[in-house]
Design a protein around this ligand. Structure first.
Ligand code: GRF
Length: 197
């Protein structure tokens, strides 16, 4: 039996982290295979890259369902069709339900643009500057029902410089994210890093 984990990526927009995971997984030695991309928005830019690389895509719009539980059930159905072992959230701007997070515990990971637990939520770069932080960065962590919480898999620290604006910082941190996420997914897919509460 293959040791490669079958991974679905969830996106909402640009999908640059998704792109880096797809590129990393195109190496036959990588321990994960990207089996599909799920978006919660039909115009998510990243869908084009995924399709162009022969990856299956699905748009699952929350507005098509009467509850979060029903939306999450539709996602689970798609994941089952793809025989998914793991999920990588990559700029997926929708909170998944507690039951969904529980079902996938230890098998669902997320990337966040801050050194968690600092700056959970949105606008992390502007908030780091407002707080006169001397360092910022990015984190990949296991997903739990609490937003931007869950055990940390890896982080890259990015020093803040005097001339930084939120835009400049965002660009520098995105480069760090692109290095961190393929490494972190490989650690979890290969079993090198496992979920512990
Ligand atoms: C990234 O900064 C990621 O950390 C955050 O949302 C952004 C998504 O960017 N969760 P992209 O869609 O991967 O380009």
């Amino acid at each position: 039996m293959s040791k490669t984990k079958r991974v679905a990526i969830f996106i909402s927009g640009r999908g640059s982290n998704m792109q880096k995971l797809i590129e990393a997984a195109s190496n036959p030695d990588y321990p994960a295979l990207i089996v599909g991309v799920i978006a919660n928005k039909s115009d998510a830019k990243g869908l084009e890259f995924a399709k162009a690389h022969g990856i299956k895509t699905a748009v699952i719009l929350p507005s098509d369902y009467s509850s979060k539980a029903k939306t999450d059930a539709a996602i689970n159905k798609q994941l089952a069709e793809w025989q998914t072992d793991m999920i990588a959230l990559a700029g997926y701007m929708r909170l998944l339900g507690a039951d969904f997070c529980q079902k996938w515990q230890g098998k669902i990971i997320n990337i966040h643009p801050s050194l968690l637990p600092a700056f959970k939520g949105l606008n992390t770069h502007a908030r780091a500057l407002e707080n006169h932080a001397s360092e910022h960065g990015c984190t990949v962590h296991f997903v739990t029902a609490e937003m931007d919480d869950g055990p940390i898999i890896g982080q890259i620290l990015v020093p803040i410089q005097n001339a930084d604006t939120a835009e400049i910082l965002e660009k520098r941190i995105l480069i760090a994210e692109h290095n961190l996420y393929p490494w972190a997914l490989a650690q979890v897919a290969s079993g090198e890093i496992v979920f512990e509460k």
